[in-house]
Ligand binder design. Structure first.
Ligand code: ATP
Ligand code: MG
Length: 603
């Protein structure tokens, strides 16, 4: 558990160094605050000694005013140092957050499949927030408080070693005892946090599934699970709270002892006339001043362990390299593109797990351990001429979507070559490939934004004229006009408010807007109402004009649009050929499919 501290310093060094000016200011502010806090009791002593010794009134007034000024100034400095500290911490960690996000977006689909969205959020935001917190506190609390404690002890020793030594012993003893007590409560606290993360995961799932839960009458089940989670949480919550309470009690008790020690020492030295009354008060005040820093240091030392875990996870993520290496330089030609698959095989688990051992430790191992190494595609070969339409058929799970994913390089094939426009996809710049090859996915992701932004995908460079042109070319302008606010109509989160068919219409417009040379259309398998179906038919017709297309067909109308048909079964090619010829041959799988009815087999 010790290594990451160095890594932590390295990591923060990269992000903190640019802000050295702020840090210099921070150091000055912290030192100033400490000096003022140490100075105040000295003034009190002078005041007390002057008063008891019958000194001049002017000194008393001076001391009083000085005391007041210093008290106000030290609060001001404390606020300023918190402000600067937080600014430094947040600026630095926001940079880190941005870098992590950029990195995560560059990583391949395998990575994103491993991490649940919640985990990724926790990694990019949660862990970094812990770090940021830790950093701002670390500077101000541990270093600052350490100096403050040292200052207090030095000043006490300067008064008299018989004062310094007992208070020093008291401080060390208290710190260790408090850390020890806190350690007792930590396992409960950690367990509580873990359970409560699970609990919120459960809640999130249930809330997003409200519709299905109601529709299937599963409310009692959901309630029961809720109660079970609460019951599991309760004892840990109780014990960790008791731990927290215990710590507070220990703190109070220990400091009562501390005050007693301070008074005992002060009183005996005063009796022996070794110190003045003001000094007795000074000793008491400094002892009281120890309370804050000691409990802060104690908290920070235990937080260090949390930060360590965070750093470790952040490092792992930074070190994860994308499996999709973007070193291609080829550019794709304009216009329709040819497609060729040459002995292509692919498996989601095996191929990926064996190429990267680091990932196998987190998540991927599960898939491999479960024995799911069945290839999703095996030895697929076919060629599609520029401008033709290939209808891709096959039962559910036969590998149709997988084949489409290889075309846009969401994954790389394990064996064989996928070529588009005469170049292997790995030789083409990734950005170029994804511009020229557009996939309209089976489940369209719509964003909580206006229809305009959903169509142009937030690309402000695309103006309304182009959007309207695209929509009217696809025959969708009437539909848009029928919406309450036209392009400004806001969609709810997750595309709520639109049917699956309408969602696909928007996705078609998205693809049309960038004028790709190859369209991969993964048709929605849900049934459509006749009106939407009519719109969709026309839009697809327009989208496929003068383009190469691969259409994963779930409806007869789409199959009939294809020039060629490829039927997949269990990841292999079952049948491939000219559609008209296959349809005419009564022994072909296609004509069998057409006879038995597509829906039955494909949907
Ligand atoms: P459908 O008609 O239902 O859309 P499909 O033909 O598109 O089916 P694919 O999604 O390509 O089927 O799935 C092919 C195989 O790969 C299936 O066995 C599936 O379980 C598996 N598979 C699909 N996606 C993943 C993934 N992201 N990770 C692991 N395995 C996957
Ligand atoms: Mg699919």
């Amino acid at each position: 558990m010790r290594v990451p501290v160095r890594q932590y310093i390295q990591l923060l060094g990269t992000y903190v160094r640019p802000q050295w000016r702020f840090i210099a200011v921070l150091v000055v502010l912290i030192l100033g605050t400490i000096a003022l806090r140490l100075a105040n009791p000295q003034i009190l002593r002078s005041f007390l000694d002057t008063a008891t010794g019958g000194g001049p009134r002017s000194v008393l007034v001076f001391d009083a005013v000085l005391f007041f000024v210093i008290a106000v100034a030290s609060q001001g400095l404390a606020v300023a140092s918190t402000y600067v500290g937080e600014t430094v911490a947040w600026t630095a960690t926001n940079e880190l957050r941005l870098d992590l996000l950029r990195h995560a977006l560059d990583l391949d689909a395998t990575f994103h499949k491993e991490y649940a969205p919640g985990q990724l959020i926790e990694r990019i935001d949660g862990d970094v927030a812990t770090l940021s917190n830790f950093f701002s506190r670390f500077a101000i609390q541990i270093v600052g408080n350490g100096i403050l404690v040292a200052g207090i002890l030095i000043l006490l020793f300067r008064e008299d070693w018989r004062v310094g030594l007992p208070i020093f012993a008291f401080a060390v003893f208290t710190l260790f005892l408090l850390i020890w007590i806190r350690k007792l409560a930590i396992p409960y606290w950690t367990k509580y946090r873990k359970l409560s993360a699970e609990f919120f995961g459960f809640l999130g799932e249930q809330i997003s599934g409200t519709e299905d839960i109601r529709a299937n009458g599963a409310e009692p089940y959901a309630l029961r699970r809720f109660a079970e989670y609460s019951r599991r949480l309760f004892p840990y919550r109780l014990r960790s709270s008791l731990g927290g309470y215990g710590m507070w009690m220990a703190n109070v008790a220990l400091f009562s002892v501390g005050h007693a020690v301070a008074f005992a020492v002060g009183a005996s030295l005063w009796k022996a006339a070794a110190i003045s009354l003001g000094t007795v008060y000074l000793i008491f005040h400094y002892t009281e001043l120890l309370r804050g820093p000691i409990s802060e240091i104690r908290t920070q030392i235990t937080d260090l362990q949390r930060a360590e875990a965070g750093i470790r996870r952040i490092r792992t993520m930074i070190e994860t390299r994308s499996k999709l290496i973007d070193t291609g330089t080829e550019r794709l030609p304009e216009g329709p593109l040819t497609v060729a698959f040459d002995e292509v095989s692919f498996a989601y688990e095996a191929c990926n797990a064996s190429t990267d051992s680091r990932d196998a430790t987190e998540g991927v191992a599960e898939g491999a351990a479960a024995g799911r190494t069945i290839p999703a595609l095996t030895s697929i070969s076919f060629r599609l001429e520029a401008g033709s339409v290939l209808g891709l058929l096959g039962r559910t799970g036969s590998g149709k979507t997988t084949l489409a994913r290889l075309l846009v390089r969401l994954y790389d094939a394990c064996q064989g070559t996928v070529s588009v426009g005469g170049h292997g996809v790995r030789d083409v710049r990734l950005a170029d490939l994804r511009r020229s090859v557009r996939m309209v996915p089976q489940e369209v992701q719509l964003f909580r934004a206006s229809i305009r932004d959903n169509v142009r995908l937030f690309d402000a460079g695309v103006d309304d004229v182009r959007i309207h042109d695209a929509l009217s070319a696809l025959g969708l302008d009437d539909w848009i006009r029928s919406l309450p606010n036209g392009l400004d109509t806001m969609l709810e989160a997750g595309g709520g408010g639109l049917s699956a068919g309408q969602g696909q219409l928007l996705a078609l417009a998205r693809a049309f807007l960038v004028d790709p040379g190859l369209v991969v259309l993964d048709e929605a398998s849900s049934r459509l109402d006749p009106a939407t179906e009519g719109l969709l038919e026309r839009a697809i017709d327009r989208l496929l004009e003068r383009r190469t297309a691969i259409v994963i067909a779930h409806r007869l109308a789409t199959v009939e649009r294809a020039d060629e048909i490829l039927i997949l079964e269990d990841g292999g090619v079952l049948e491939h050929g000219d559609r008209a010829a296959l349809a005419a041959d009564s022994s072909s799988h296609l004509s069998h499919l057409l006879r038995t009815g597509l829906q039955e087999v494909l949907a």
